[in-house]
Design a binder for this molecule. Structure first.
Ligand code: SIN
Length: 302
């Protein structure tokens, strides 16, 4: 029998597969395709204190092996989430991760405080590349990353995950800063800042000019960063970036991730996260591996 459970900062996930924030909304649409109780955890779309319209369209563009997005944290706000979305999600036997994306330290503190222990974990997003205030501005300076983590952690009643940006010189420096601030876990990577230009109109394809690149194109970068962070920082990691198959998930676990998030693939195939979960179980069983935890960090690096 396979023990598929993993431990993420003291929270037991029944399996290592979670959803990446922003690619799964609050689960309603995808729950028409499969039972969300199949997942280790659901990480919901970014939550801000007040409702947010997001950026001007166009804000999604296809690229070779990925997509660019400049959504700009569109969501219904904290109150809407707690009143309408959370009760629906709570019907499923899965852990809930609330991604909080306030534009100031104070806003993030207020959201964390009001969420209390109504969710299982909080993911503090210091890595959105598509907003002028907050987001990646918090996550590209180690001192700021430490400070915001410290302040939000003080308000958190559940374990705090800090979501890191790949758009930095040294992601391990930011990871260390988050750990010093009291983070219980890290998630990485958010999207890589990119741009696409329509050569006929000479206009950027996204109205925001730039956007975050996700999907299979970024997987090797993500695996490398997870490996670098997991082996040096000493915190559990949720690995993400271009995961489409059970073997992709295994790659992140081997690199040192304790859980693996499926993101852009959800937009291509609604059952992607379930397919990845089943593929990972097959990968483990075919090799006689009895527990998912056994391969975490088990890469035989040179
Ligand atoms: C967005 O809503 O712009 C994407 C969120 C993120 O990259 O953190």
């Amino acid at each position: 029998m396979l023990d598929f459970s993993v431990n993420l900062a003291g929270v037991t996930l029944k399996n290592p597969i979670v959803t990446a924030s922003g690619t799964f909304a609050n689960g309603r649409e995808i729950s028409e395709y499969y039972d969300l109780s199949e997942l280790g955890a659901v990480c919901v779309k970014a939550i801000t204190l007040e409702p947010k319209q997001g950026n001007r369209p166009p804000r999604i563009a296809e690229t070779a092996s990925g997509i660019l997005n400049s959504v700009g944290l569109q969501n219904g706000g904290l109150e809407f989430f707690m009143r309408n979305e959370l009760p629906n999600l709570r019907r499923y036997d899965t852990k809930i991760i609330a991604n909080i994306s306030g534009s100031t330290i104070e806003e993030n503190c207020e959201i964390a405080k009001r969420l209390g222990d109504s969710v299982d974990l909080v993911e503090l997003n210091i890595s959105c590349p598509n907003v002028k205030h907050g987001g990646a501005a918090f996550g590209s300076d180690a001192a700021v990353a430490r400070e915001i983590t410290l302040r939000v952690k003080e308000q958190c009643k559940v374990p705090l995950i800090v979501k890191l940006s790949p758009n930095v010189t040294d992601i391990t420096a930011i990871a260390h800063a988050a750990r010093e601030g009291g983070a219980d876990a890290l998630s990485l990577i958010n999207t890589l800042l990119g741009m696409k230009i329509d050569v006929h109109t000479r206009r950027p394809v996204l109205a925001n000019n730039t956007g975050g690149l996700s999907g299979p194109a970024i997987k090797p970068v993500a695996v490398r960063m997870v490996w670098q962070v997991a082996r040096t920082v000493g915190l559990p990691v949720i690995g993400m970036g271009g995961v489409r198959s059970g073997e992709d998930a295994a790659e992140f676990l081997l690199a040192g991730a304790s859980a693996v998030a499926v993101g852009t693939a959800n937009l291509v195939t609604p059952t992607a996260a379930l397919d990845v979960k089943r593929g990972l179980a097959r990968y483990l069983e075919e090799r006689g591996i009895r527990s998912a935890a056994e391969i975490i960090g088990a890469v035989k690096a040179y």
